[in-house]
Every structure is written in structure tokens, then in C-alpha cells.
Design a protein around this ligand. Sequence first.
Ligand code: PLP
Length: 362
Amino acid sequence: MDNMGAHEHDDMWSPQTVAVKAGRPESQPDQPLNQPLVMASTYVAGGEMEYGRYGNSTWEAFESALGALEGGRALSFASGMAAVATVLDLVAPGETVVAARHCYQGTLVQLAVLEQRGLVKVVLVDIDNTEQVLAALNDDVALLWIESPTNPALEVADIAALSAGASAANVTVVVDNTFATPLVQRPLDLGASVVVHSATKYLAGHSDAVIGAVVTRNDQIWRAVDQKRRTLGAIPGTLEAWLALRGMRTLALRVERSRTNAEELVRRLTGHPDVERVRYPDLGGIIAIELADAEIADRVCRSTQLWVHATSLGGVESSLERRRRWTSEPTTIPEGLIRLSVGIEDVEDLWRDLEQALPGRD
Ligand code: PLP
């Protein structure tokens, strides 16, 4: 494996190039250009891999490309939630986790369950209020969980300022970088210790694989996470790792196109008589719009032909959903909020379909 995870090799290439070049077999006669699918539950003894739960060269190809993009070393997982659970499992009993109030509801559920079991204490904060977050970092805090932009409120954290404050307070900073992707923001460069991904979203990009990842440059954290993956066993499927790497080859094109489409849609949605508020931090292809109430928002979600009414995000196809249809969504998210995941279709088609679904002035 051409281990592009060793990031000193990647500094000479732009991220768009790294997404194409990293994680390939060594360039030698008759080697395939792409890492093949290696389906194996066990290996001949005497090497480093030994068993299918400990390692797989197809995972490693994906990990080395993602590690190169984020500027660290990656470990892949069965899902984003498996990655989140494994990182939260690093927190010692009795320690406190400070987390974004509006991070992904699955992460909030995991934190609530850990707290109910008496394993950790959880303090929720407004992640875009740097002063408030830093004030919460007392001596009991082990971990600061940032998501930026948050899902689906789209608040943006000042990762550099929070990481500097957390480092002074001896707090480990984790950033869920699912929405922005490493092409838009590299949290490890901004001082965070750990990045997590739902690679199910933009990284894989085609709504056909569930997979997660953890990235860090801290060798101690990397070893601890690797050990937990070996023992807890939340390993990715080989096919999923292969699909995610295949998807990442076009990450730059997809992110660029979704973003320019999103920017144009935001221009048209802003000031539209049915739309009470448009949230768009311009850090990718996710927009949130607020309509008058749940019923109107549900009707819009049922009235599109091109936009798919579906959960999840980050695929080539545009999708939308009213987030409060999930009972676990925080009640501070407005009932009429629709999250739009803007894909790579023609923006005029996207607008035509969305505009006809909006209820109209009367
Ligand atoms: N983090 C964020 C920001 C997400 O949006 C999601 C899923 O929607 C997850 C984590 C969980 O990832 P997965 O669905 O791959 O388990």
C-alpha cells in the first residue's frame, strides 16, 4: 500500500489531488491502479493482520486516503455511530463531556444513555457561543464534542478558539466533520485532537454504503481507538470501505457542485414569501429552511418529484426532510424546519421542483 496516510508525502499536493491520488497500491508493473476488494476473515499467521476483525487492506486504502485528506491517521468503522460510540468509550467513568446542544440526534442519544447509566456527566452548550463553551470547561471535563456546522441547526463553531481554550484546560477536542468534509475544513489543523465522520454522507457520496471513521494525529489516541475497534468489533464491511474510497475520488467535484447549487438556491429562497428563515453557513451543500408549521413543511416534503423525501444527506441526489418528524430530535429545532441536502443535479431543475412544492403566496 502506498501509505499516503503518512501526511508528509501529501503536503505537495492540493486536497483535490489527494482525494484522487491517496490510498492506491504501489505503482509497479501489473499492480492494479485501485485497491481491490480483499474478502478475508483470517490470514496466514506470522504477519501484522492475523484476523479479519483486526485489519483489512481494503479498509486501509480508504483510511489512508481519508487520513491524508484530514492530515492524520484514520480508522474506519461500521457506521458513523460506531465511530462516535468508540470515541465516547474513551471517556473514563465519572468524567464530564461538554457537547453541542444541536449535534446529530444520534450522538445526543448516545450521550444521554451514557449519562443515564451513570458513566459520564453531560453538559450541553451552544457551540457557536465560544465564551459559553469555554466557561463550561472546568476540571471535571475530559472531552469537548464539537459538530460544525451542526445537524440540522447549522450553527458554526470557532474550532480554533475552542481548541486553544480546551488545550489550556486539558480537554480533548473531538470534531464531527461530516457536514463540512476535509475539503472545506480541517479540524486537526485548527487544533482539534480527533475528527469523526459519518462517511455514509459526503465521503461515500452515493447513498449506497453506511460507514464511519475516526481520524487523529495523536498516536496514543489512535492506538486506543484501534484497540477498542479490535475488541468491541464495530468494523466496516469490506465492500463499504471500497465503495467509500471509490466515492471519495470524486469528492472535490461533488462538494464543489453541491455548494454552488446550494448558494444559488439560498439566493432564491431568501425573501421567498413562504420561507420564514434560511439557514446557510456556506460550508457545503446543506441548507435549512423554516416554514410556518409542521403541516406545511410535511406537505412540501411530499410534493417534490426530483428532491427525494429521505433522511440522510451528502449523496449526489438532492434530498429533504422535516427533522422534527423524528421524536428524538431536540425540541429546540423548529417544527417547520426542513433540511435540504443539495446534490449535483442541474440547479434550474432543483429550483423548479422546489418552487412548485412551496405552498405559494395565498
Ligand atoms: N454525525 C452526523 C453529523 C450525522 O449526520 C450522522 C448521521 O446522520 C452521524 C454522525 C451518524 O452516522 P451514521 O448514520 O453513518 O451512523
